[in-house]
Write a protein that binds this ligand. Sequence first.
Ligand SMILES: Cc1cc2nc3c(=O)[nH]c(=O)nc-3n(C[C@H](O)[C@H](O)[C@H](O)COP(=O)(O)OP(=O)(O)OC[C@H]3O[C@@H](n4cnc5c(N)ncnc54)[C@H](O)[C@@H]3O)c2cc1C
Length: 497
Amino acid sequence: MEHVDVLIVGAGLSGIGAAHHLQTACPWASFAIFEARDAIGGTWDLFRYPGIRSDSDMYTLGYSFRPWSGEKAIADGDSILQYIRDTAAESGIDQEIRFEHRIVRADWSSVDARWTVTAERADTGETVVLTCGFLFSCTGYYRYDHGYQPDFAGMDRFGGTIVHPQAWPADLDVSGKRVVVIGSGATAVTLVPALAESAAHVTMLQRSPSYVASVPSTNPAAHLLHRVLPARWADPAIRWMLALGTQALFQVSKRWPGVVKRMLRKRLERELPPGYDIDPHFTPRYDPWDQRLCAVPDGDLFAAIRSGAASVVTDHVDTFTETGLRLTSGTELDADIVVSATGLELLFLGDIVVSVDGDEVDLPSRLAYKGMMLEGVPNLALAFGYTNASWTLKCDLTCDYVCRLLNHMRDHGLAQCTPRNHDAGVTAKPLLGLSSGYVQRSADRFPKQGSQAPWQVHQSYLRDWRVMKRSGIEDEALELVRRPTSGAVSPVFAAEV
Ligand SMILES: Cc1cc2nc3c(=O)[nH]c(=O)nc-3n(C[C@H](O)[C@H](O)[C@H](O)COP(=O)(O)OP(=O)(O)OC[C@H]3O[C@@H](n4cnc5c(N)ncnc54)[C@H](O)[C@@H]3O)c2cc1C
């Protein structure tokens, strides 16, 4: 049976990053990437709705090892996809990807100190089985086959078109059409100004408001640093500046929410038309960063509202009608196209069934070790990014740690590393500290974080940088098992065979 030292699951932003780290820091390790779809890029290949872009800056969403060199800090989806593809092609990572291989099972054997991994091929229907010493999950955090679609009353009698942004029809023409976008999250605020460029009118229909802030699409400080410093200094300086800046805003929001609310309100007063009724549409009931803050580049959403091409309605859908939507207030919204920007359906570990020594692991009951390994699950790490900053900041740290761990195991003849909690005082909390509907809906499907280190998820780049980059591998919560010189355990890394 085929064996690789490390099997990476997923060829999205994280999987390609993980492969690069492995190639560079563990050149001895053989690896393969299994990707369920037929393309590189994950999120940035799947989502094709008009206006798709990042909402965090590319200097931190890009990789530390291949700094973003685009003109804009907030980049469009195509540029991000191209960046991931180019990264993969540059060092031959794309040659290691097995497309249309969806991993469905991973079974750990402590006797053999290896995973037996089962994948299903979408193209041939074949089942592929191989073994690996270490499993690195880079599966993202949501299902790919469909988004979250509430079952609104009367959907079947609507005479127009209903679309979900996760399955945007390439040939959908919105020109001259009346469009209603249901939602108030990052996707809705991206779609509204993009659709408003050609639609007759776009209405953003939201149940409740979100915090929305205009951010510049280019970053003058980053441009200045690039002009005055050599790239090898400017790139890390820009990354740190933006990572710490985002973190500072998050901390200030948590400590002094009133200050941040007033600041955001002042900006809205400048951006929205005079006399605009801000409270019902842009003043949420929660504090800033209890849910993700929506960033709109160069205030494009507000410009669309000012021009009259777009408007916001805050109400509830009572029912779809033949010609649009009736709201609980009794208001009727006529529509040719309704976009259900109602979000993602979260999924943990790409729906892979995991067993350890014959026992299926109940993943939601496990604690996450340093936010990247799972209690009681050997030789497995996951790339899981921040909810309050760029995803890649955390994934880069995770990849760096995993490579250090693999090198440590190899140098010390270790076969198995398993996070174990020995402290009965550690209590479990939700992994993701956001109150957003999509997070709450799925909290029971995700592992937990603990009340104390190393089980806490900090959502802080600075703290993680210290914990993941500066601390040693040896830790009483990480059980490391030596490979016996003789006996049943076979070498964990094929490169040593
Ligand atoms: C519309 C949108 C905009 C976003 N914008 C930002 C942003 O601006 N900033 C930010 O930080 N984050 C953003 N995010 C979060 C975003 O998902 C991450 O930034 C990042 O792209 C995640 O990369 P990933 O590789 O970890 O996961 P994904 O991009 O989800 O890729 C995962 C890959 O794994 C594959 N896979 C999954 N399960 C299996 C399996 N069982 N077997 C084999 N392959 C599997 C999938 O097919 C996919 O290719 C956004 C998300 C969305 C949906």
